[in-house]
Design a protein around this ligand. Structure first.
Ligand SMILES: Cc1cc2nc3c(=O)[nH]c(=O)nc-3n(C[C@H](O)[C@H](O)[C@H](O)COP(=O)(O)O)c2cc1C
Length: 224
């Protein structure tokens, strides 16, 4: 017979409904102040902040609890410069020929282009990889499940934790991203999903007005 030990979990402490609502609204209001930032300063951020944020990401739910993610953290100036150079090469090809006209049009209000200088300026780049195989033990080699969904949730936790530390972040997805396996020393079985840039916004940073337009509740939810 299989052994599936379980421990009692009585749930989190009870709260009055008004307090629950206030807390949820508080988290909403805090998350509303997050902005994708594309202009960073080189002001240092302690490694301990990044470590705690990755630990927060690591608490995310995942398919079969296999935790199919790896966070490659880059702080060295030389490695950041390599990533910038490789990303800009891909992005130049993307903006000049690879991207469809519709995609370029969708990106226009954000004002993005092939210049990714922030990759060399911000103190930390966190490259997130999804693992198709793994399992929970270090030497496991089992099928992982719902890899992209799990990585997406973990990345959300990571962004929320960095935001709670009042850091600026950017989710950057150079297209294609395979060069990140080589530069981060990760096996071909892992899929690079995105680079999270973390640091302080530059003093003269701006954000596109377009990004502030968020769909209202009526547009994103239905009640059945
Ligand atoms: C999966 C994903 C990929 C993204 N890729 C890029 C990117 O490569 N470059 C970029 O400048 N922004 C990128 N973004 C940021 C979006 O443009 C940004 O989230 C959106 O405009 C909304 O702005 P906000 O994050 O400030 O709310 C990406 C966001 C997501 C979720």
């Amino acid at each position: 017979m299989l052994d599936h030990p379980a421990i009692p979990w009585p749930g989190l402490p009870t709260l009055p409904d008004a307090e629950r609502i206030a807390r949820a609204q508080g988290v909403r209001d805090q998350l509303r102040t997050r902005r994708t930032c594309r202009y960073f300063s080189d002001t240092a951020v302690p490694r301990a902040v990044i470590e705690a944020a990755i630990e927060a990401a690591g608490t995310a739910p995942s398919g079969a609890n296999h935790q199919p993610w790896h966070f490659a953290v880059i702080g060295s100036a030389a490695r950041k410069a390599e990533i910038r150079a490789a990303a800009e090469e891909e992005e130049r090809a993307f903006y000049t020929s690879k991207a469809s006209a519709e995609w370029i049009e969708a990106l226009a209000p954000l004002g993005t282009d092939a210049d990714k200088s922030y990759l060399a300026v911000a103190p930390w780049l966190i490259v997130i990889f999804g693992q198709r195989r793994g399992g929970i033990l270090p030497d496991d080699d089992r099928q992982n499940y719902y890899v992209m969904e799990s990585v997406g949730i973990a990345t959300g936790f990571l962004l929320a934790a960095l935001h709670a530390a009042n850091l600026a972040t950017l989710t950057h997805t150079p297209n294609p991203m395979r060069f990140l396996n080589t530069l981060c020393g990760r096996p071909a079985s892992e899929k690079p999903v995105m680079i999270v840039v973390a640091g302080h916004a530059a003093a003269d940073a701006t954000v596109p007005r377009h990004a502030l337009r968020k769909k209202p509740l009526e547009q994103i939810a239905s009640w059945l």
